[in-house]
Design a protein around this ligand. Structure first.
Ligand code: ZN
Length: 348
C-alpha cells in the first residue's frame, strides 16, 4: 500500500513561480508517478491524498495514510527560495531533527500551510510553524521508521539525479509536520526550485514531469525489490528453521510472500550508515527517567558488559556533529559512533 501526497492544493498554492504554481506541479508529477507504479506493480494498492485542486490539511494527509495502513508515504513538493534564483536541485527529506538553518527554513515554509487551516491552534496544539522553538519538541520523539525512510529517500535522490538530471542537493532531515504524523516510512520530495527559471520551466514541461515521475517510480521499484528480497529471505529462513524436511509447499510459500510485499516489519536496509552520539555507558540498565540521562530520550545498545546510551541519529555526519556540540554541555564526553546496517562499526 502506497500513499501519494501531492503537496498543497486549492487556495493554498504552495510556492509560486513566474509561470506556474507548486500545487499544480506536485499534482501532475504525483499522478504520473502513481500511473507508473500502477502499470508496473499491479499488486500495489495506491491511495492519493488528493487527485484534484483542493486543499487538504497536513494532519488529514497523515490520517489518510495511517487509516489506510500504508507501508510508504510519499509527499511531493517543489522548493522555493527568495532572492536566490540561481539555486536549483532536488532534495529529499525524512523526518528528523535539524540544526541546519537551511533545512529548517524548508520545513518552516512547508509547515506554515497549517495557518490556512481552521482551528490550526487546537489541531496542532499551539505549534507555531514559523518559530524555531516549536521544533525543539521533535528532538524528544522517536522515529521508528527513520532507517527505512532514509533508505527510500536515498533511492529517490539518486534517481532524480540519474533519471531526471536534477542537481544533487542530498538527503536531509527536518521537522515536517506531515511526516511527523504519519506512522510508516515516509519522505518529502522537493523536486527542484520553482524560484529558478530553468528549473521552473522544466517542472512545468511534460518531459520534465514525466522524467521526475519516472525517477520516483524507479526508486519505488528498487525499494520494493529490496523489500521483497528480504521478505523472501526471512520467510525462507523461518520456514527452513521450522520444518527442516518440508519442501513440497514452495509454491504456496512463494504466493504468500508476494502477498506480504511491502509490509513494514523488515528493518535492515543494505549499507545504511547511521551516526549516533554516545552519551554514557553503564554497567546496569538505567530507568528511562534516570537522573544520569538528564531528561534526554536516550537509546541504548549492549556491548560487552555495558549498556551504552546514545542520543539522536542521522545519516548525515555534519548534522549529528552539530547535535553533539549542542549536548556536550550536558555530556562532556559525548562522542559520535557509527552503525552500518544496525551493527556498530569503527568510525571512518
Ligand atoms: Zn510545498
Amino acid at each position: 500500500m502506497l500513499v501519494i501526497d501531492p503537496g498543497h492544493g486549492g487556495r493554498e498554492t504552495g510556492a509560486i513561480g513566474k509561470k506556474g504554481k507548486e500545487k499544480d506541479i506536485n499534482l501532475a508529477v504525483a499522478k504520473l508517478f502513481g500511473q507508473y507504479v500502477a502499470d508496473e506493480h499491479p499488486d500495489v494498492k495506491i491511495v492519493y491524498t488528493r487527485t484534484k485542486d483542493v486543499a487538504v490539511g497536513l494532519d488529514e494527509r497523515a490520517n489518510i495514510a495511517n487509516k489506510a495502513n500504508a507501508n510508504l508515504f510519499v509527499s511531493i513538493h517543489a522548493n522555493s527560495i527568495k532572492g536566490k534564483s540561481a539555486i536549483s536541485g532536488a532534495e529529499v527529506f525524512t523526518f528528523g531533527v535539524t540544526r541546519i538553518e537551511e533545512n529548517l527554513e524548508v520545513a518552516k515554509m512547508e509547515n506554515s500551510v497549517i495557518l490556512y487551516e481552521d482551528n490550526y491552534e487546537q489541531k496542532y496544539e499551539g505549534f507555531d510553524p514559523n518559530s524555531a522553538e516549536s521544533y525543539i519538541i521533535f528532538e524528544f520523539m522517536v522515529n521508528l521508521y527513520s532507517e527505512q525512510s532514509n533508505n527510500f529517500a536515498s533511492m529517490v535522490q539518486k534517481e532524480l539525479v540519474k533519471t531526471a538530471g536534477r542537481k544533487n542537493r542530498g538527503v536531509k532531515q527536518a521537522g515536517f509536520l506531515v511526516l511527523r504524523k504519519s506512522s510508516m516510512p515516509s519522505v518529502l520530495i522537493e523536486l527542484d526550485f520553482i524560484s529558478n527559471q530553468i528549473a521552473e520551466n522544466y517542472m512545468l514541461s511534460q518531459t520534465g514531469q514525466r522524467s521526475m515521475a519516472r525517477a520516483i517510480g524507479n526508486a519505488f521499484t528498487n525499494y520494493k525489490n529490496e523489500f521483497d528480497r528480504k521478505e523472501k529471505r526471512t520467510a525462507t529462513e523461518s520456514a527452513a528453521a521450522q520444518q527442516p524436511e518440508e519442501t513440497q509447499d514452495n509454491d504456496k510459500q512463494e504466493r504468500q510472500i508476494s502477498q506480504n510485499t511491502l509490509e513494514p516489519e523488515v528493518k535492515t536496509a543494505s549499507a545504511t550508515v547511521v551516526y549516533k552520539i554516545q552519551i554514557l555507558a553503564s554497567i546496569k540498565k538505567l530507568p528511562t527517567n534516570s537522573r544520569e540521562l538528564k531528561g534526554y530520550k536516550a537509546d541504548y545498545y549492549v556491548e560487552g558488559k555495558y549498556f551504552k546510551y546514545t542520543y539522536g541519529e542521522s545519516q548525515n555526519f555534519n548534522e549529528i556533529n552539530e547535535l553533539r556540540k549542542k549536548i556536550v554541555k550536558d555530556f562532556k564526553d559525548a562522542f559520535i559512533i557509527t552503525f552500518e546496517n544496525g551493527v556498530k562499526i569503527p568510525n571512518k
